[in-house]
Design a protein around this ligand. Structure first.
Ligand code: NAD
Length: 362
């Protein structure tokens, strides 16, 4: 499985639900995380980030590959009793060392393992995109509510200081009211055999995988949901992209009158930015969505957009743990993931129907 050299996100609205008092979740405790799926993201980003967190530790692994289990056991000092495969996963319910299930599987498997995690009585942190459809997201939210446990979505840019400062710029109208957003995120995808290029596991192509970051930017900068979307798709390699989208551009109208022009691609490198134009000035980021090396700018010399690098994964996992330990709602929650899927479904619908469409309701 090949991974691209970057990635990022954001989320916006709070939502979430209270989870009731939990005796075992006392402040000061480090929550035990079980990683489900030991692919590129778990190996290269999440495990190293977990080791740096304040409130979390790696407690268990879930993998279908015995050789990986051996390597991880040795590397992270895990006992056999804390190693599961996809069939034995449900026994994790009996493991008191596991507080949180982190779903890091291909997109089509997020729903199943979130719901099984809920049934095991665990909190769940799920990678983006939350699911392959809005209905999957709704079922995941319902299962977590029924279990009385928290659901968080891996929108790591929401915990990154440049992105957070941009949210403040628009919320506090530092440059006046927001008027127009341009955003894009894409890369040239390699290995033609990977799951990201198949509809069943991936749900879609560039849009589901990385376009979602640019979509999130528009949603968190406006703090609103798009009401109308018009989209176009182009394929330069109809064989490689037979099942999923290669390049998509779309335009979104927001209720307050903001217009956004957004693109995503699996066809070429170089697009990784956003620009926000407000009544009295502009700001943006380029690159905007990498794991590090992010750069911000503003049109005013006295308003800086520059912060030291943070580990996005460390920050989001600690924030999720803090929400659980303090029994506070976590954002970005499942509602946030659902709202992205509603917009994504509207984008695909607009492409199919060749016209502007309304975005579905939560
Ligand atoms: P990957 O292909 O590297 O890993 C996927 C893992 O799932 C592998 O360990 C694989 O063995 C396992 N798996 C189990 N059943 C499988 C099946 N039927 N087909 C394929 N693999 C199967 O993928 P990844 O890059 O680690 O991505 C995993 C998830 O994380 C995806 O949902 C992706 O969107 C998300 N992701 C998020 C970020 C971010 O910045 N937040 C970055 C990369 C990936």
């Amino acid at each position: 499985m090949q991974r691209r050299p970057f990635l990022a996100t954001l989320g916006a609205t709070a939502a979430a639900f209270t989870t009731g008092a939990r005796a075992q979740e006392v402040p000061g405790k480090k929550l035990g995380w079980a990683l489900v799926g030991l692919g590129s993201l778990s190996t290269n980003q999440i495990a190293p980030a977990l080791a740096k967190t304040k409130h979390c530790k790696l407690a268990a692994i879930v993998t279908g590959t015995p050789a990986k289990a051996e390597t991880w056991k040795k590397q992270h000092g895990l006992q056999d009793s804390h190693v599961y495969n996809y069939e034995t996963f449900d026994r994790i319910a009996e493991n008191p060392d596991v507080d949180v299930i982190y779903v890091v599987l291909p997109n089509s498997m997020h729903e199943e393992f979130t719901i099984r995690g809920a049934k095991a009585g665990k909190h769940v942190f799920c990678e983006k995109p939350m699911g392959n459809s809005a209905d999957e997201c709704r079922r995941m939210i319902a299962a977590m509510k029924a279990a009385g446990k928290q659901l968080g979505i891996g929108y790591r840019c929401q915990f990154e200081p440049h992105h957070r400062e941009c949210m403040r710029f628009t919320r506090e109208k530092v440059f006046g009211p927001l008027k127009f957003i341009e955003a894009g995120f894409g890369f040239q995808i390699g290995d033609p055999t990977q799951w990201r290029l198949r509809k069943e596991p991936a749900g879609g192509g560039a849009l589901m995988d990385v376009g979602i970051y640019a979509l999130q930017t528009c949603r968190y900068l406006t703090g609103e949901e798009p009401v109308e979307i018009v989209a176009q798709e182009i394929k330069t390699d109809p064989v490689k992209f037979a099942e999923v989208d290669e390049t998509v551009s779309w335009s979104m109208k927001f209720p307050s009158g903001v217009l956004a022009s957004v693109m995503t691609t699996y066809g070429f490198n170089g697009t990784n930015f956003f620009t926000a134009t407000c009544q009295n000035g502009r700001f943006g980021m380029d690159p905007a969505y990498n794991y590090d090396g992010l750069k911000g700018w503003t049109s005013r010399p006295n308003v800086k957009l520059a912060f030291p690098a943070v580990d996005h994964f460390q920050a989001e996992m600690d924030a999720f743990a803090e929400a659980i330990l303090n029994d506070k709602p976590f954002a970005p929650s499942g509602e946030e993931g659902l709202k992205d899927l509603l917009a994504i479904e509207a984008i695909y619908r607009s492409i199919r129907e060749g016209k502007a469409v309304k975005v579905g309701a939560v």
